[in-house]
Design a protein around this ligand. Structure first.
Ligand code: BES
Ligand code: ZN
Ligand code: ZN
Length: 484
């Protein structure tokens, strides 16, 4: 899809469809829209869309009135959604070229990036394995933004939006891949290819390296599978660093989670291919950062395993020794994410990361707590928590701070080892995070539980169903705007 900025007056733009934002309680009188407002057909409510053919006084073949909600409350997140919803609507009608008219005040870098992101994210379909005649029938050829005047470099902002959204779609595509096609070995190959395309350093640690490093928790999870594990490591090093900080992004990469011997019920198990969404997000973030070139060192760590039952699988009651030296009693083999992350956090610290963020589809309990609308955010450091919350807020990736009081350790006691891998009945997302905290040590660290937000069971008007690509943009902004 071609992306561009047009400086022509909107009335003069020759295109298949001109997308015009309208607002609640503000009657639009141009393009013959007045009567539609009067009759209540067009409302201005968020994502309410009304198509007008042969609109007067405009060169465009169609005008799409696109509800943006109340004018006072419109932010970049709203514009991102609006662009995505408008593109998806028009694409469904085989429209090939479209132009979004930016409102007064929207011709800024942040709004332009958001609109471009919305279009590119909205354009993505998880139809790779469809072979019917519908596949790829509708292709959007161009999406432009009409901006009257520009004080900022809007072309650069559009380019930033494009590369960020493409990185997010890269992560979504990985998550949507089924587990028979995207094994740990295949993810490692995809990461190497991406690293090569974008000049990142890439290293893959195999089972022997993991053994030599003493990663007993990671090895325990992988031992039930015939698929070999892979710990993907990517490095971005700035030419002129502004900071001594070295940010480590850690992402859970369970290519399929059957639960292992503590096997999951069959109903809905097919979705457990998305148990590598955290890892995919850190790879996506690195893809964007390699192009944005922030002045801070960033490394990504993605432990990839398949959690399977079988004759070699670990058992409930097994005790493993982690790379940190701490021992863990594996009470439930389905609590595998924290086991592989424990060793990976230890490795990232040993490699010199000064700040850590992990993203993981870690617990069903976070879905009970927050539903599908917010990521659960846990931190051992307030400054680090605020950095991530701020980046998330700016990107419209909604998160919510969760507690990590020491009292919760009461729920994490094993008579036989230093820690059990599960707590009791209560506060499951918190005990999972408390477990990870024991491996983050004194390194400022944030844990993002994305089990409820990484996957959309139903599509949204602006996003196809399946992988959402959270929290790629938050990770990108965190690194790209890092200040000591
Ligand atoms: N991958 C799951 C968590 C999950 C649940 C992700 C639902 C996405 C949707 C994780 O490995 C898991 O199974 N966690 C268990 C932990 C329990 C055994 C303490 C859970 O949440 O049930
Ligand atoms: Zn599990
Ligand atoms: Zn899992």
């Amino acid at each position: 899809m071609q992306i561009s900025i047009s400086r022509k007056p909107v009335e003069a733009i020759d295109t298949d469809a001109l997308i015009v934002p309208i607002f609640e309680g503000a009657r639009e009188h141009r393009f013959g829209a007045g009567p539609l407002f009067d009759s209540g057909e067009a409302t201005g409510k968020a994502l309410d869309l009304t198509l007008i053919h042969h609109a007067p006084e405009v060169a465009a073949r169609r005008v799409l009135l696109a509800g943006a909600g109340k004018r006072e409350t419109v932010d970049t997140a709203q514009v991102r959604r609006l662009a995505g919803a408008a593109l998806r609507f028009l694409k469904g009608k085989s429209v090939k070229n479209m132009v979004l008219a930016l409102e007064n005040g929207w011709a800024t870098g942040e709004f332009v990036s958001a609109a471009v992101e919305g279009a590119i994210l909205g354009d993505y379909e998880p139809d790779r394995y469809k072979s019917g005649e519908d596949k790829g029938k509708n292709v959007v050829e161009s999406f432009a933004l009409a901006a009257g005047s520009d004080s900022e470099d809007l072309d650069a902002a559009a380019a930033r939006g494009r590369l960020t959204a493409e990185a997010q779609n890269f992560a979504r595509a990985l998550v949507n891949e089924p587990a028979n096609r995207l094994t740990p070995t295949r993810i490692a190959e995809a990461a190497q290819q991406m690293a090569c395309d974008f000049q990142l350093e890439c290293e893959i640690l195999d089972r022997d390296r993991m053994s030599a490093l003493g990663m007993g928790a990671l090895l325990g999870v992988t031992q039930g599978s015939d698929e070999p594990p892979a710990l993907i490591v990517l490095h971005y090093r700035p030419e002129k660093p502004v900071s001594q900080a070295h940010l480590g992004l850690v992402g859970k990469g369970v290519t399929f989670d059957t639960g292992g011997i503590s096997i999951k019920p069959a109903d809905g198990m097919e979705k457990m291919k998305y148990d590598m969404a955290g890892g995919a997000a850190v790879l996506g973030a690195m893809r964007a950062l390699a192009q944005l070139k922030p002045r801070i060192a960033v490394s990504a760590y993605m432990p990839c395993v398949e959690n399977m039952p079988g004759g070699r699988a670990q058992r409930p009651g097994d005790i493993v020794t982690t790379m940190s030296g701490k021992t863990v009693e594996v009470i439930n083999t389905d609590a595998e994410g924290r086991l592989i992350l424990a060793d990976t956090l230890t490795y990232a610290r040993q490699q010199g990361c000064t700040h850590l963020v992990d993203a993981a589809t870690l617990t069903g309990a976070i879905v009970v707590a927050l539903g599908h609308h917010r990521v659960g955010l846990f931190a051992n450091d307030n400054a680090m928590r605020d950095r991530v919350l701020h980046a998330a807020e700016m990107e419209g990736e909604r998160m919510w701070p969760m507690p990590l009081d020491e009292d919760y350790l009461d729920y994490l006691k094993s008579p036989f080892a230093d820690l059990p891998n599960v707590g009791g009945r209560w506060g499951g997302a918190i005990t999972a995070a408390m477990f990870l905290k024991a491996f983050a040590g004194d390194t400022p660290w944030v844990h993002l539980d994305i089990a409820g937000t990484a996957w959309l069971d139903d599509g949204k008007p602006f996003l196809a169903k399946g992988a959402s690509g959270l929290p790629v943009r938050t990770l990108v902004r965190l690194a790209a705007t890092w200040k000591d």
